[in-house]
Design a protein around this ligand. Structure first.
Ligand code: HEM
Length: 513
């Protein structure tokens, strides 16, 4: 065979292999996966060539965009997850669907969620995330896997020890008092002592302030500067996340990409400055201090180390994870306390009894039993993290189901938290007393509350978040009474976290000193 012949054969082989791969991804896999589930009695929306379920989801999301719910109702799924609302009424709670050619399975049962999340053999892994999402959250603890994750976790864990958290409460309280003093000044300036606040916006600033103080210690002011750059970056990244992803499009010099690159450079420069200042000052304070204590080559054998790039990525992750979620939890808790004034009174009474007018400390917060129940009930009904995603690393058995390798499992936290089999017929009602005997006894399944996830990859910041929310709400109750503003529209939406689409306007009245 001549040279040309060899080239032709090689080309034919490449062409055949590529066509076969395309055929497998576009037709064969969707057909076999759909059949595999159908044979097990599990059905979902019809699969469409190339697009899967994406057009239907898009249409349902668009229709739900204008929807405003009855303020009395906590049944938010039709607004926040319209596709699940529709499909679950047709196909049940375990639903296969397709994002383009990628198969996914929605899980809405606590037992299956527990089996996935508490598996210690690496059967369910973190899926590869899009460039936009990593840019948004940072390539830190949330996304990394395997040995890298174990090394980072060993270094970061001590930052969340009880002793460290106790010190952090003081910083949380200081930031909150500053915000509330500013509110008091507003009340003095306004003629009417009762004035309006868009509280989700104030909580965003507050939680940013808190994580900057706790993560960066003395460099918190620069931390807040970094936050501003990251917030702007988030706006651009969120917009590109909403678009259909075209491979390679992140490298095109579009106006938005140029802005994103500039912001990324700015953010990295600020973070590098913070790190270098901190290194010079030998200040071991805050989360960053702990990370810098472990600065070194990541292949060091003796003790776990983080290199500079990893530290910067972790800073970005903690910025995002440490403020986006808690500010939304605070927002929803205030919403519930506005709706249920009797609970607002009960919590205020409890705070006055255990703390009086004092700034709460760890011991006082520990005694706030009703407060704890209300936080848990807020996490159940309006948990900021609406789903948790894993990927099957091989063909697996999950409960009675056989799961094909590589499928993405979408643990639907919102649905599990409203599942009547677990929580009873009043699952949609606000009833903090269901937690009076502890989390594991609140529902028919001991792990039905998955707001912070479960198992080895559960939220590292959950104690931090619980203390932060209790501190902020206790200080707020000591100083103000609050109610919903008449222009509030009940429209919880998912923008990575569960948020009020039109904000949360409330009316606050200072309490007599
Ligand atoms: C109400 C507040 C919060 C909620 C509802 C929440 C929820 C969650 C959930 C569901 C996960 C698991 C994600 C997954 O596996 O895909 C997670 C992980 C994580 N969270 Fe939180 N979180 C909150 C606050 C915080 C705070 C305050 C911090 C930091 C200060 C934080 C840092 C992290 C980190 C670093 C991880 C990754 C842990 C790992 O994979 O080892 N979170 N969080």
């Amino acid at each position: 065979m001549g040279y040309l012949g060899i080239v032709m054969v090689a080309l034919a082989v490449v062409l055949f292999t590529k066509t076969w791969q395309l055929f497998k991804v576009v037709l064969w896999r969707p057909y076999t996966v759909t059949k595999m589930f159908e044979n097990q009695g599990v059905r979902g929306p019809p699969w469409k060539l190339f697009y899967g379920s994406t057009p239907e989801m898009k249409k349902l999301n668009q229709d739900a965009h204008q929807l405003v719910l009855d303020i009395k109702s906590n049944d938010i799924i039709q607004k926040a997850q319209p596709f699940y609302h529709k499909w679950s009424s047709q196909y049940g709670q375990t639903i296969p669907y397709w994002i383009g050619t990628e198969p996914r399975l929605i899980i809405s049962d606590a037992e299956l969620a527990k089996q996935i999340l508490s598996n210690k053999f690496g059967f369910y892994v973190k899926p590869k995330m899009s460039h936009s999402l990593i840019r948004l959250i940072g390539n830190g603890l949330i996304f990394i896997d395997g040995e890298d994750w174990a090394r980072h976790k060993r270094i970061l864990n001590p930052a969340f020890s009880i002793d460290k958290l106790k010190v952090m409460i003081k910083k949380m309280a200081k930031c909150t008092v500053e915000m509330l003093d500013e509110w008091k000044n507003r009340a003095i300036v306004a003629e009417d002592p009762r004035f309006k606040i868009i509280i989700n916006e104030d909580f965003r600033k507050l939680t940013a302030d808190i994580i900057s103080h706790t993560a960066f210690g003395s460099s918190y002011a620069q931390g807040i500067e970094a936050f501003r750059a990251q917030e702007e970056l988030q706006k651009y990244s969120a917009a590109s996340l909403a678009d259909i992803f075209l491979p390679g499009s992140q490298f095109l010099p579009t106006l938005s990409n140029i802005r994103i690159w500039k912001l990324e450079r700015e953010l990295n420069t600020i973070l590098e400055q913070i790190v270098s200042n901190k290194l010079k000052s030998h200040d071991g304070d805050g989360l960053l201090g702990i990370m810098l204590g472990a600065l070194g080559s990541s292949d060091s054998k003796d003790s776990p180390k983080l290199n500079m790039k990893e530290i910067i990525e972790e800073c970005r992750t903690f910025f995002f994870a440490g403020h986006e979620t808690s500010s939304n939890l605070l927002t929803w808790m205030v919403f519930l306390l506005c709706k249920h004034q009797e609970w607002q009174d009960r919590l205020r009474e409890e705070v006055m009894k255990e703390c009086g007018e004092a700034i709460p400390d760890a011991d006082m917060l520990n005694k706030l039993k009703l407060m704890n129940m209300v936080v848990l009930e807020s996490l159940r009904l309006y948990g900021p993290a609406p789903d948790i995603i894993r990927q099957a690393s091989r063909d697996l058995k999950l409960g009675n189901l056989t799961i094909p390798k590589d499928i993405l499992l979408v643990i639907n936290v919102l649905a599990i938290h409203r599942n009547k089999t677990h929580w009873g017929e009043d699952a949609d009602d606000f009833n903090p007393l269901r937690f009076k005997n502890g989390v594991s006894k609140a529902a028919a399944h001991p792990n039905a509350l998955v707001a912070f996830s479960l198992g080895p990859r559960a939220c590292i910041g959950q104690n931090f978040a619980m203390l932060e929310v209790k501190t902020v709400i206790a200080l707020l109750l000591q100083r103000f009474r609050f109610e919903l503003s008449p222009d509030y529209k009940h429209a919880p939406v998912i923008r990575l976290t569960l948020q009020p689409q039109f904000g949360l306007p409330i009316l606050v009245t200072p309490l007599p000193a």
